[in-house]
Design a protein around this ligand. Structure first.
Ligand code: GDD
Ligand code: GTP
Length: 431
């Protein structure tokens, strides 16, 4: 059998997602980045959708350090929708790093004796070609397969970089966020590991960490578990173990580490602005697959557009392409919305125009108002742009419960929750 693990991280990881802060416990809106809606579904729903296409996966484990309650409803809903597998959430008592969590919960992962398991970063948007990764894994009798994609040379050093043999697809070197450019084939944050070898590799990395000279004074070295939880001199917990820095470069020496290069779409979802391109990519995919969730094209619907069944959109409003309208949103007559996400309970009054923007939960955009960002090139892995020599957000974002007055123009702004905009603003962070 095969399993899948999704690394969901924890509350501290969402800071770049401001002002769509997800930090209010028991809020009626999503309380974590993995549950933020793109293309009408939580980010990790798209992971589950892809996992559901792989035959024989009976269990998906979410690992993170959010409160237990955060994923409860999501898990309940997904067990109904994806009845072929069981979804569970395992909570780290604190951030253990991308490999630390896997190791900590190894018994749960190993239960049922899976030969291999997928690991997915939760903050990526991707077509998740898991079947192809499995094929490569079998064909090469691999220990590990990583999903790679090509990005521009400038963007590459923000990611893990892979040097591979083009012919055999073998990973020769792996360097996490290198200082200088070594390859434009980057780590998509999607892996397939052989259970038999990955845990011993992690154990070796732990051993290496705990046996560093300055740890020598430590009493017992035979009991790895206990020395492993000690603080080192930097105050950094030794148990924090990162797949990328501590494990992957070693794997490259094994000769059984391969890369599947995807030509399909891939983006990271780290900043709030990056939800807009991710939304566009997932909507386009759903449209190509003729998903019944996508609104039918018409004189006023330029596909792809997602409209939640509980939203009220006036038939004279023109939407799309790449627009998601959330639950209970109200869109008035003569409105124009393009390349945007409108979140739950927001209202867009008549003849307003929303372009390249995110409208936060329960916000109101007044009549004849304009809320707009700037398009970014499809290949760009960055949603900030330079305007008049200054770095500004390409995507305009209104936090929750903001108000934009009638006829007000908001351009390339990030607006914190609960603000009322009564004058025109451009290239500003409104606090
Ligand atoms: N459970 C758990 N515990 N999950 C974690 C932890 C942790 O302590 N730390 C991070 N994660 C999760 C995050 O939620 C995210 O889904 C994933 O692990 C990776 O997050 P980061 O550690 O912040 O890495 P990154 O996003 O900067 O870079 C990684 O992803 C890139 C692709 O998006 C690296 O793998 C890069 O090499 C890669 O290119
Ligand atoms: P379409 O021709 O509508 O497909 O758009 P376009 O591709 O020419 O789009 P552009 O980015 O130029 O602007 C989007 C659309 O929004 C324009 O076609 C305008 O008709 C419409 N629009 C622009 N400003 C406003 C406005 O203030 N209010 C409303 N209701 N619509 C506007």
């Amino acid at each position: 059998p095969t399993k899948a693990v999704i690394l969901v991280g924890g509350p501290s990881r969402g800071t770049r997602f401001r002002p769509l802060s997800l930090d209010v416990p028991k809020a009626r809106y999503p309380t974590s980045l993995p549950l933020f809606d793109v293309a009408g579904h939580p980010i990790i729903w798209h992971c589950l959708k892809a996992i559901a296409k792989v035959e024989g996966i009976k269990e998906v484990i979410l690992i993170g350090y959010y409160d237990e309650s955060v994923f409860r409803d999501f898990i309940k809903d997904s067990s109904r929708e994806f009845s072929q597998f069981k979804v569970t959430y395992l909570r780290e008592y604190q951030s253990l790093g991308t490999a630390g969590g896997l190791y900590h919960f190894r018994d749960a992962i190993l239960k049922g004796k899976p030969e291999r398991f997928f690991v997915l970063n939760s903050d990526v948007c991707c077509s998740f070609p898991l079947e192809q990764m499995l094929e490569l894994f079998e064909e090469k009798d691999a220990e590990a397969v990583i999903l790679g994609t090509r990005v521009s040379n400038e963007a590459a050093t923000n990611f893990g970089c892979i040097v591979s043999d083009a012919h055999t697809k073998r990973v020769l070197h792996y360097v996490e966020k290198p200082e200088s450019q070594i390859s434009n084939l980057i780590n998509c944050g999607v892996y397939l590991f052989a259970t038999e070898t990955i845990f011993p590799s992690i154990r070796t990395a732990i051993k290496r960490k705990t046996e560093r000279p300055r740890m020598i004074s430590y009493p017992s070295s035979e009991n790895l578990e206990s020395s492993f939880v000690a603080d080192d001199e930097d105050g950094e917990k030794n148990e924090v173990l990162r797949l990328e820095q501590d494990i992957l470069s070693d794997l490259a020496d094994s000769n059984r580490f391969f890369v599947h290069e995807t030509k399909d779409f891939w983006r990271q979802i780290k900043t709030a602005g990056s939800a807009v391109p991710a939304n566009a990519l997932y909507l386009q995919k759903a449209f190509q697959q003729q998903s019944p969730e996508i609104a039918k094209p018409s004189a006023t619907i330029v596909p792809p557009v997602f409209i939640h069944p509980t939203a009220e959109v006036d038939p004279t409003a023109k939407l799309g392409p790449n627009v998601s309208i959330g639950p209970k949103v109200i869109v008035g007559p003569g409105v124009r919305i393009k390349e945007s996400i409108v979140l739950d309970d927001a209202e867009i009054k008549h003849d307003a125009c929303v372009l390249h923007s995110i409208i936060g939960w329960n916000s109101r955009v007044g009549a004849w108002a304009r809320v707009e960002g700037t398009p970014t090139p499809a290949s760009s892995h960055n949603t900030s742009i330079i305007k008049n020599g200054v770095k500004v957000q390409a995507i305009t974002i209104l936090g929750k419960e903001c108000g934009v007055g009638d006829e007000i123009r908001v351009q390339n702004c990030v607006c914190l929750p609960f603000k009322e905009l009564k004058r025109d603003v451009a290239n500003e962070v409104i606090m």
